[in-house]
Ligand binder design. Sequence first.
Ligand SMILES: C[S@@+](CC[C@H](N)C(=O)[O-])C[C@H]1O[C@@H](n2cnc3c(N)ncnc32)[C@H](O)[C@@H]1O
Length: 196
Amino acid sequence: MHTVPLIATNVAQTFMRQFLKPRDLCIDATAGNGYDTVFLCRQVRDHGQVLAIDIQASALEATARRLDKEAIVSGFQLVQGDHSQLDSLVPEEWKERTRVICFNLGFLPRGDKKLTTQSATTIPALQSALPLLAPGGLLCVTAYPGHEEGAQETKAVDTLFSNLSGESHTVHRFSTLNTTRPAPVVYAVSRLPTNA
Ligand SMILES: C[S@@+](CC[C@H](N)C(=O)[O-])C[C@H]1O[C@@H](n2cnc3c(N)ncnc32)[C@H](O)[C@@H]1O
């Protein structure tokens, strides 16, 4: 039996949908083919903002095409960069005001598998993402332990989030247990509303 990554994407979007409303600020830290960027744009509507980041120019081109196809013409910025440099890519006024940050780790489906996210950059990126969250905001991460780099990366993400204080954040982890290959893992990290 195989668990289809699309299901993990749906789970992540189900978590994110609970947190988002029109006018929110949010970040897609791995724009890829733009599916999550389109989803976020639809939730925050015309007056919100989505900052979509990817290290590959071709991914941002694919995201731009998808937005265009979906007739989404405003409310987003596409930025080429390494998400481990999130601090310098995100406007100062977004700090502690970002409602949802999405990371869909791994490589682009049908793209170059060598251009996968790596723990060495993913962990600093997630550490930089946490202080950007508004009180009550959500960091949603989908990790893929079914390939070699993904297995290491998932372990590192698990360690990072396991050590977050329960006084500031709540961490949920969702996966499928009875599969032959390790199934994708969705982490939903919410900053407590009272943690100013
Ligand atoms: C699984 S894909 C993302 C899928 C995407 N969310 C979608 O809806 O189509 C992972 C993406 O992460 C990007 N990526 C890898 N390392 C990165 C880094 N250090 N900074 C930013 N993006 C990175 C890859 O280029 C790839 O496009």
